[in-house]
Design a protein around this ligand. Sequence first.
Ligand code: BGC
Length: 745
Amino acid sequence: MKKYIVLLVTLAVCGFGCESLGVKSQDAKLEKRVQGLLSKMTLQEKVGQMTQVTLQVVAGESENGWQKLDEKKLREAIVEHHVGSILNCAGQARTVDNWHEIITTIQDIATKETRLGIPVIYGIDAIHGVNYTLGATIFPQNIAMAATGNVELMQVSGEITAFEMRASGIPWNFGPVLGLAREPMWPRVFETFGEDAYIASVMGAAYIKGLQGDDISAPTKAASCMKHYLGYSVPRSGQDRTPAYIPERQLRQLFLKPFAAAVKAGTATAMVNSSEINGIPVHASSFLLIELLRRELGFRGFVVSDWNDINNLYTREMVAKDQRDAVRIAVMAGVDMSMVPYDYSFYEHLVDLVETGEVPVSRINEAVGDILRVKLQLGLFDEPYPNKHLKAAFASEASRKINLKAARQAITLLKNDKETLPLQRKQKVLVAGPAANKLSLLNSGWTITWQGENEDLYPQEKKTILEAIQDKAGASNVTYIEGVTFDEEVDIAAAVSAAQDADTIIACLGEPTYCETPGNIDDLTMSRPQLELIERLAGTGKPIVLVLVEGRPRVIRTIVDDVQAVLMAYLPGMEGGQAVADILFGDANPSGKLPFTYPRYASGYTCYDHKKSEETAPNKFDPQWQFGHGLSYTSFAYSDLQLDKTELSADETLTVTVTVSNSGKRPGGEIVQLYLSDIVASVTPAVRSLKRFTKVHLQPGQSKSVTFVLGWDDFSFIGLDNKPVVEPGEFKVTVSDLSESFVIR
Ligand code: BGC
C-alpha cells in the first residue's frame, strides 16, 4: 500500500510522463531490498526460502475436527530449516478464526524467532473461491465461469476470492489453471476455461487482474499462480499426470497463449506441469522454464514445483538416478521453490549440492531473489498478519448475489424441443437421478476437502437442485426418487411408476465428486445405470428435462433423443441448485455457451478449431453439440456485419461491427462470438478460431451494435519456422450466421 501511495505522489508531482521513472525507482528500491536481504543470508537460510512444506508437517494431533499447529514442529520447520512457505489445509476447510490463529502463529515464529525475520508465504488452492475456508463464497468451477462469457464477472470473482483469502490471512493462490481442455477424459477439465486458447487467455488474465489488482500489497489483494505450466491438460492416455505429446508449433499456437496472457497480466508466480511433454518432464526442462517462460515471455516471478514433483523425477519420471539428482536437475532447470511437501529432503540435498559446487550459488540467489521479491511485493514484510477488519465483510450478501449471477449465466441450454422449458410452476414434477439432492455434486473437487466429497460439511442453508425445485413448484407437487446411484440401480421401477403421476420429469445426472488423479475414468460415456434410468423413464412418454451436473462432457448420445430438454449445469458452485431451478422455471434466462465441444462418441475427440480434413467427407465433424452452442428462452437475430476495409496490410487493424437484436419475447443475454478463418496458409489452417467475444444483455425488441478490432496477433499463426507470421491472402470473419471476407496484401 505504501508503495502505491509513493507512486501516486510521484505521478501527481511530475505528471504521467514521469510514470516510467516512478515505476523504475520503485523497482530500484525493491531490488535494493532484495539484494540487501540476500547479502545477509546464509546458504541454509536461502535454501530454506526455496522449501515449501504442507501444513500437516507442522500440525499436531487432531482436535475438535481440525489439527492444531505443533509449535515444536513449526520451529523445526521455520527456525531450524528456514522454511519459507507452507501450503494447504491439512484435511478440511477451517473457519476464518482458525486460519487467523494458524497464520498468526506461523508468522510470529517466522518474523520474531529467526535471524532475519523473513515472513512465510502461505499458499492455498482457492480454485473456485476460498474453498478451504468454511462459509466462503464458492463460485462455479472455471469451466462454468468460461461458459458465462462474462469477463467482468470473472474479474469480480477474482476480486472476491482475493478478499476472502486475505480475510483468512492467506496471500497466495494456486490458480488460475490455464491448461486447455482438449482431452475430455482428463479429470481436471473442470478446473480449466475449456478448449479454446483465446477464452482461457482472456478469462485467466481477468481473474489475475481481479486477484492481484494493480498492487498486490493492497490489503485485499493476493498473488496468483498460473498453472500448470505447460501442456499438462492433454495427456495422450486421458489419465492424469501421464505424458503429453505436443509439437512445438502447436504448443505455441495454442497451449502457450493463456500463459503468455497471464505473464502479461502480471502473475506473480507459476506452478509447473506435474508431467512431461515429448519425453521431457517439465520440472526438468530448462527450455520451457527458462528459455520460453523467462527469456521469451518475460516472466519475472518465481516458479514453484507441483506436489512432490521434484522427487517424482526420480521415482516416477525416471530421469534422475536418486533424490539428490532430482533436486539438482529441477533447480538447474529453473524451479525456484519445491512443494516438497512432507519432509526436509529437498533442503538437505540442495544445501549439499551447493556446498559441493554442483549447483552454483548464483542459481540459488536468482531463485531466492525471485521469492523474496514476491514476498516484498505482497507487503508481507510490513504486514505478515491476518487483517482482522476484513472478517466482517467475509462472504457478504453482495458476494453471494454475484455468485448466483455467475451460476445463472453459466448454465447452458443445449436442447429445448417444443419449448419444453421454462416449466410452468403449477404442475406435478418427478425429480430423479443421483445429482438432484447433493450440494457436493454441484461443487465437486476442491470444495471444503480436496475431493469435495464430504456432504456433511457443506453449508446446510444452501439449496440442492431438488430443494430449489420444491421452493418453486411447492413441495407437495414434487416427488423425488433417486432411481440410480452413479454405479448401480436403486429403484428405477419406483421412478417409472411415480412418473405416471407427473407432468414433467427432471432427471439430474452427472458425475460423483472428484479431482486430480482420483477422477481418472476409462470411458467417457455416462455411467450405464444413469443411461438406463432415462431409457426406462422415456417409456412413460412424459417429457423429460435432463440436467447435467458434470465436470467434463460425458457421452450421452444414446439418450439425447429420449429427452425433450437438456440443461448443462457444469459444476455450478454453492448457488448452483438455486440457479438451476431459476432457469428451469424461467426466473432466469439461460445465456451460457459451451466452452468445449460436446462429443457424440467416447473416442476421436475433435476440437472446434480442427483442420478441414477432419470434416471433409468421408470424415465428418459431428459432435453432440458444437463449441459455443447455447440456447435461450428468447431469440437473437444478427444483421449488418461490416468490415471497415476489405483489403489491408498485416500491420493495419480491421474493425468489425455487427448488430445483435433480441427478436424474442424475453430479456436475455447473448455471447457474441467472432471467428476468423485464414483460408489458405503454409501450415494447414484451422477451419475457424475464436478471436473475440462479448456478452450483451438485451430487452425484447432491443438492438445493439457491437464492435471488435482485430490486428496482427489475430491474423498471425505459428509458421513453418515455429515463429508467428501473417501470410497474405483471403480471410473470413464469421459472427453467428453472417460472414464477410477480406484480403491481407
Ligand atoms: C495439484 C496442484 C495443487 C497442489 C497443491 C497438486 O496435487 O496438482 O494443482 O496446487 O497439489 O494442493
